[in-house]
Design a protein around this ligand. Structure first.
Ligand code: SF4
Length: 277
């Protein structure tokens, strides 16, 4: 079996930065540390942080630690205000690319624009963006959502940073057809763009694709969905132990990619296990 490893597999800049920030805090031993929500969508890294004493708190009301890390997805401004009021020291690891989307929303909602956010309603990044948009914000996730969309003011469209580019283009084209007054900001991040493009190209070349990443990671699932939409057999695994060895045996050329929160070590272990098939 020939294995082709994607160039852009694994940690993106924002995730790496958040993990390194947290580990730096652990090493500096400045008292108890917590992250607001799981730092990244990867069980191995979360287990490692737990072992080092990093707690996960799910609600600002439960924060009683000395330092709280805001993860790469960011938080709604109201939540940040409550964190500050709680007296905890805040280490803001919001990814700069997410901060940029928040700033675009702040600028336009202040001057009366409606804000259409293309994203997963329940995703932490989108909850943060909606916090910035306030009552001006509305989330859409599929073309069918546009039937409920009523835009009467000038508006902007932005995207969750890890969304599918093809779908973003399709949805914005349709919104602009219905409401020509809008400004569109493609805020899908560069790392997502490269990763998704690579999957599209790889699917032309390989017989099957293995996508490595946490089951809760939306960007990992999206890579698998893109491969699936191109009729490329796809295997989504968290670790090498989940590889469907018997099925994979029938393929000559297998591609490997990984979500933005998958550590290099886990990807390497999957590649080694595939090589052994
Ligand atoms: S996917 Fe992009 S925006 Fe999201 S954390 Fe990574 S680098 Fe930042």
């Amino acid at each position: 079996m020939k294995i082709i490893l994607a160039k852009h597999a694994g940690f993106c800049m924002g995730v790496r930065r958040a993990v390194e920030t947290t580990l730096r805090l652990v090493e500096s031993r400045q008292g108890s540390i917590a992250t607001l929500g799981p730092l990244i969508h990867n069980p191995q890294i979360l287990a490692m942080l737990e072992q080092k004493g990093v707690e996960v708190v799910t609600d600002v009301a439960l924060v009683n630690t000395k330092t709280v890390v805001i993860r790469a997805h960011g938080v709604p401004p109201e939540q940040k205000r409550r964190l500050i009021a709680s007296g905890a020291a805040i280490e803001d690891a919001t990814c700069p690319r997410v901060v940029k989307v928040q700033a675009i929303i702040d600028k336009y909602q202040r001057i009366g624009y409606a804000v259409v956010i293309f994203g997963d309603r329940d995703h932490a990044e989108v909850e943060g963006l909606m916090g910035h948009a306030g009552v001006a914000g509305v989330v859409v996730n599929a073309l069918r959502d546009l039937d409920d969309l009523q835009l009467t003011t000038p508006y902007i469209v932005v995207s969750q940073t890890t969304q599918d580019e093809g779908l973003f283009e399709e949805i914005t084209r349709e919104i602009l057809r219905r409401y020509p007054e809008g400004k569109v900001f493609n805020t899908i991040c560069d790392s997502t763009h490269k990763r998704q493009n690579e999957v599209r190209n790889m699917c032309r070349e390989v017989d099957a694709l293995v996508v490595v990443g946490g089951r809760n990671s939306a960007n990992t699932k999206r890579l698998a969905e893109i491969a699936h939409s191109l009729a490329c057999p796809v295997f989504l695994v968290e670790t090498e132990n989940e590889l469907a060895v018997e099925k994979l045996k029938s393929y000559q050329k297998v591609g490997v990619t990984a979500g933005a929160s998958t550590p290099t070590r886990v990807i390497e272990q999957v590649v080694v296990a595939l090589e052994a098939i």
